[in-house]
Design a protein around this ligand. Structure first.
Ligand code: WAQ
Ligand code: MG
Length: 638
């Protein structure tokens, strides 16, 4: 029975997109042709303007049957180790010039075929060095292919490579092969020879790189080169006994998506790392082996390291110990939790308050408990991620309105009438430092019968003459139904809270899953927050100093020609480009200024910025110098 060679090749504007070949009996030609066609038409590299399918009859007596090379896998940690494996392989072939051979690989990057390399003279023997030598007319024996489903079958790198490597290893005068895929998503490559078999190396390049190529290692006289090329390009070969990959080898690839994602983030300057601080959080911190001026902390009033706060917390630690042992609803409700809640309610002039384990939890738990399927939430486009996540978790319809645009909010409400709904906004926007138009916001909510909720994470302790927050800032003209806030910023400890009516907090105690199903914060954290509220009540001048520092600092920047304005503790300095923002922040870091570069996804792509956050305890002299440093590096990079 004759067999047929079938080849597909697709290209666009002369650029190769996709190619594949099979050797099959005539009965399979229609299905096979249609699969190859689909593969060529639907390649991720793009759609072809030229697609060739070539079908040729082969004579059975001309076909060479070969056993597949034995397969092994070397699991390497990184590209460096991968290269080490290639070196070892070349040395095992008795080649002394391994390094030189490896360096020639880059010459194969843009070729469709392989380099045919004389390993002794290092001369390239391909007649057309732009194209290289192509191994073709090969396939594995029918009935062995695994995973062939109808439709366009995706490329199985291993199965195609083992066939090629087996053919090549059996070529006259070829003593071995090195291969790296040019597919940016495939980093496993191999080395192969008749003696070493097919040795897969799990990491031969970085993810995202299209630098792949092949070298066929030739040892022999010039007079035999023609014979080798003719075998590679014309001799039909069917490879028997191709073994499917062991499941443990498949398992090695299961983390690939993580690595791919990390690499993509590195490439786009969105990869995040953490700096290690070895001191209390205060206006100066120990970091990177030096004392840094802290200009990025949310510890706005520097409560975190105050002696009176620490002493009070220490006393509670002594009596109550380190942890709470359970959810508030089981064993985790102490007198300290209740005292703090009373304190928060009185500070915010609300009937009641409820503490959560973090600001993030407070938002996700409260919003998802209040709203559900069929309800509608109107949310500012710059709201904090915890609000966004709370909206998603609730399952309600979410309508996003333009940032702090009360006209757009009204329009959105009229376009999305609902029986029950919530409008939610940050009081101070965390990455822009601007303030919600609270009076209109509350009025619109009330007029439309919607609940109003305001996140006071960055306004508590910051806004208003005595730091009571956004309602004090607007002279108590109006009051949202739900005030949410954190204990981790100006209060200097940890946790979040929700304030409102007694019924509201009772409802949340019974319904908010983030409250119910989490061990409560320790009594120590409660005590630290409690004391901090007392300090703020007794020392409103701290709040005034913070506000004064912001005015002074913005003025320093403005005098240096940089637009900066804020009525809160957050001062954004817009840069735009992610990489530049990182560079400015890094340069400042090297001079002893700890600032944050804020990038996507925290803010929109291309709106990266320095986010400066000031503290009440910063000295004018410190701020002046910091402003000068910022001005210098800012003009350097732009
Ligand atoms: N003949 C000669 N060289 C070729 C051929 C061919 N038929 N096909 C490709 N090349 C060259 C060309 O320069 C490519 O850039 C390079 O090889 C890589 O080709 O066990 O996918 O098709 O998991 O990207 C190895 C699998 C996969 C390892 C290799 O190669 C495993 C792969 P690609
Ligand atoms: Mg490829």
């Amino acid at each position: 029975m004759p067999l047929y060679s079938i080849k597909m090749r697709a290209s666009a504007q002369g650029r190769h997109i996709s190619g594949a070949e099979k050797i099959i009996p005539d009965s399979r030609i229609p299905t096979c042709a249609s699969r190859l066609l689909q593969r060529g038409l639907t390649h991720p590299k793009g759609s072809p303007d030229l697609l060739n399918i070539k079908i040729e009859c082969l004579q059975d007596k001309d076909i060479l049957y070969l056993d597949a090379l034995p397969v092994s896998t070397v699991d390497v940690f990184d590209v460096h180790e991968g290269m080490q494996e290639i070196r070892k392989f070349l040395e095992s072939l008795g080649l002394a010039n391994a390094e030189k051979i490896i360096s020639l690989l880059s010459g194969a990057y843009s070729m469709r075929g392989a380099i045919l390399l004389d390993v002794d003279t290092l001369e390239r023997l391909e007649p057309d060095p732009g194209r290289g030598v192509r191994a073709t007319y090969m396939d594995q024996e029918a009935g062995q292919r695994s995973g062939e489903t109808p439709g366009a079958s995706p490329k199985n790198h291993y199965q195609e490579a083992i066939v090629l490597a087996t053919k090549v290893a059996n070529a006259p005068n070829v003593i071995g092969e090195i291969c790296i895929s040019d597919d940016p998503g495939y980093v496993t490559g191999y080395v192969a020879s008749k003696s070493a078999g097919y040795k897969r190396i799990t990491r031969m390049k970085e993810y995202g790189s299209e630098n792949g190529g092949r070298i066929f290692l030739y040892r022999g006289g010039r007079e035999d080169v023609g014979k080798t090329i003719s075998y590679l390009e014309k001799q039909p070969v069917i490879v028997r006994n191709v073994q499917p990959l062991e499941s443990k080898e498949k398992a090695a690839g299961k983390f690939d998506f993580i690595e791919k994602e990390l690499q993509a983030m590195r490439d786009t300057h969105l990869y995040r790392t953490m700096k290690t601080i070895r001191s209390a959080q205060s206006r100066t911190v120990e970091c990177g082996g030096r004392t840094m001026l802290m200009m990025a902390s949310n510890n706005y009033l520097d409560m975190s390291s105050r002696t009176d706060v620490k002493q009070h917390a220490a006393q509670i630690l002594e009596v109550y110990g380190a942890g709470s042992g359970g959810s508030r609803l089981t064993t985790g409700n102490t007198a300290l939790h209740e005292m703090l809640e009373q304190k928060i309610a009185s500070f915010k002039s609300t009937e009641s308050a409820l503490v959560f384990n973090s600001g993030y939890t407070a938002n996700t738990a409260a919003i998802s408990a209040l709203m559900g399927k069929g309800d509608t939430i109107f949310s500012d486009e710059l709201n904090h991620a915890s609000i966004i996540d709370g909206c998603r978790l609730s399952g309600a319809n979410v309508v996003v309105y333009r940032h702090n645009d009360m006209k757009d909010l009204e329009r959105s409400i009229s376009e999305h009438p609902c029986a029950r709904g919530l409008i939610v906004s940050d009081a101070v926007f965390s990455m822009d430092g601007d303030i919600l138009h609270l009076p209109e916001f509350v009025q619109i909510a009330d007029k439309n019968g919607l609940l109003s909720m305001v996140d006071e994470a960055h306004s508590t302790g910051v806004l208003g003459k005595t730091g009571r927050g956004i309602t004090e800032h607007f002279y108590y003209q109006c009051r949202p139904d739900i005030l949410m806030g954190t204990l981790s910023k100006a209060i200097g400890s940890e946790g979040g809270f929700v304030c409102g009516s007694k019924n509201l907090t009772e409802y949340l105690k019974n319904k908010a899953r983030g409250f119910i199903f989490s061990t409560s914060l320790s009594p120590v954290a409660m005590a630290a927050s409690y004391k901090a509220f007392e300090v703020i009540e007794e020392h409103p001048e701290l709040v005034a100093r913070l506000q004064e520092n912001v005015r002074f600092f913005c003025q320093c920047l403005q005098e240096g020609g940089l637009f900066a304005h804020s009525e809160t503790a957050v001062i954004p300095i817009l840069i735009g480009d992610e990489k530049k923002a990182m560079e400015v922040s890094q340069a400042l870091f090297e001079e002893g200024y700890f600032t944050s570069a804020i990038r996507y996804p925290t803010v929109k792509k291309g709106s990266a910025r320095l986010r400066i956050a000031l503290m009440a305890t910063h000295e004018r002299e410190q701020l002046k110098k910091a402003a000068q440093a910022i001005l210098k590096h800012f003009s350097d990079t732009l």
